[in-house]
Design a protein around this ligand. Sequence first.
Ligand code: NAI
Length: 732
Amino acid sequence: MSNATASTIRWEQGDDGVVTLVLDDPGQSANTMNAAFIASLDAVADRLEAEQGSIRGVIVTSAKKTFFAGGDLKDMVTLGPDQAQQAFETNLRIKRGLRRIETLGKPVVAAINGAALGGGFEIALACHHRVALDTPASRIGFPEVTLGLLPGSGGVVRSVRLLGVADALLKVLLQGTRYAPRRALEAGLVHEVVDTPEEMLARARAFIDAHPESRQPWDEKGYRIPGGTPADPKFAVNLPAFPANLRKQLNGAPYPAPRNILAAAVEGSQVDFETAQTIEARYFTELVVGQTAKNMIQAFFFDLQAVNSGANRPQGIEPRTVRKVAVLGAGMMGAGIAYACAKAGIEVVLKDVSDEAAAKGKAYAEGLLAKAVAKGRTSEARRDALLGLITPTADPRDLAGCDAVIEAVFEDPALKHKVFQEIESIVEPDALLCSNTSTLPITMLAEGVQRAGDFIGLHFFSPVDKMPLVEIIKGERTGEEALARAFDLVRQISKTPIVVSDSRGFFTSRVIGHFINEGVAMVGEGIDPASVEQAAAQAGYPAKVLSLMDELTLTLPRRIREETRRATLEAGGEWRPHPADEVIDRMVDEFGRPGRSGGAGFYEYDAATGKRLGLWPGLREHFGTTPDNSIPFEDMKERMLFREALDTVRLLEEGVLTSVADANIGSILGIGFPGWTGGVLQYINGYEGGVAGFVARARELEAAYGERFAPSPLLLEKAERGERFTDERAVS
Ligand code: NAI
């Protein structure tokens, strides 16, 4: 036995001939498919084969909280295209190791003691029987697609053989669904679910006793893939619909993983197991050495972890839990915030101007919970418990005992000052004071409270129950303690906090404004609105740009623009108009098209025909027509992406943002910056030619479309030094 075996996969053998392989990477909190594991896997397979005669069966389990975490992402992000061959061979080696254990001729059982995602589920699928322990944190599935990858250790090959082509694609491969153990059982991913570790091991042994010569279904004679394969004349699934649906879903956005998953599943279903493994390895390698997987791993794994674990939370301040929160204003946002807090077990007093208005806010939670109960996602008991935590009221005295306040009344500074005055002496004397304002300066709002040090912005996104991000805004007088407490509160309700300093539009509203303005400016250049929408979709934006503008109403950016212009000029700054300004002004003043709420905007909203993006009368005359292709489609996409990225760099220069991870995560989760980029600053890092390549392209756009595309000093400095945007190299 090699040392590697001893170090990452522990061999435990009793007198009964059952070998337990305990996954236990020393010094690591979780097991991954790192080099040591790969070596151990080979060594274990060698020993199992050598000692076959004395072995009755094998149990695979783990000594960690999770069963197995998956691929070694730290390693994966460093693989470049020139390492493709090496990555391919390593992948085949892992596949071979698992296959040798699977075909040993002895029963092999996965005792899944915790989360088995990605590589963990692949190990479990290579076992003949899967017993999962039901723990609250346990999840089973293939999240690879959300990291721009595919399950490359036999996951595609085996899930297709277990479930059939269509179910494998829809249930486990294309959506990245993480199943709780009992749901995994319903979906056919595991065979048994148990409640205690003892029961788990007992069930594993029982399987071994009952199946002395166990084999995988796909290694039985005459096995056929459930539902058939596309090569069968009677294949039941309408296969051509898959690529078509996928194309429709992605809408031209550059996500290579779903395409490769589909190809690996379909091609692999028509050949023998070994050939299918090689096909899977090829498609996996293509993804793992590419840029998109790097971007997505950076954002959805490393950055998200850094942000949620408090890399940006002030150090040395004891964590605190909120017990009772006052939510002021039971409108759209207040109702959503109250629900989110109650869901986390926090007692909520939801206050509005009248009992009716407050009750209406609570009714929102009732509606959401009724749906959840109907869909079986929650129980009636849990619904009642949750609703019992929300007390609607119009009486400020009911706020006694609240240790945090979240204000969400109308966007009016005088009103906001008034409501804080009304409650400040009633809530706990050290209660955290938060405002959900979307546009008003936090420093200015803090002037209306006695304890400005405890006052902070908590900017939620709508709809609150779906949107995972909260932007925390530090005012000039906000204390470190308040920042830490706000951070803890956001984590307590399981949302992701980013931290910014007070500034007009904060980070998210300011940056999304550039996306919208750029789309609107293109209409002014005579580009067909449908092409503008298509460019946004193909760039990977989840929202179409003109549709978003219509929803917000065109008068809103106009008001914000005027306020910003006034403030900029008053402060002695220089004001540069944007080409979108004129389009917006004319849409509102000349054509009477202020957006959806006004009955018409860039779209028509006709009760009979529904929402339509037509060439409404006058559009061509007003804005002219760009001759076909005179503005390259690539430019249209990049103009939107670049404007957002360029201004984010300025926000770093201005000190509004202090963390690259916050910028990346905030842009994706808050304002729909395309996920394939890894976020707004990772987009610059990952651009062809790196930061220098991005700068060169910005210069081209500047020459063609105006000075708003000029790279700023920090960007030029980074390009010159060959640096990337990362948090290790502190951004001042
Ligand atoms: P809303 O108009 O739906 O709700 C405001 C509520 O405040 C109403 O129910 C109103 O009766 C209540 N209210 C007014 N005076 C009050 C008082 N003296 N005491 C208690 N309640 C009072 O507005 P919405 O959309 O919920 O916005 C609230 C705040 O959240 C605003 O500051 C807004 O800028 C901000 N915000 C809004 C977002 C959105 O997407 N709508 C996103 C993020 C922030």
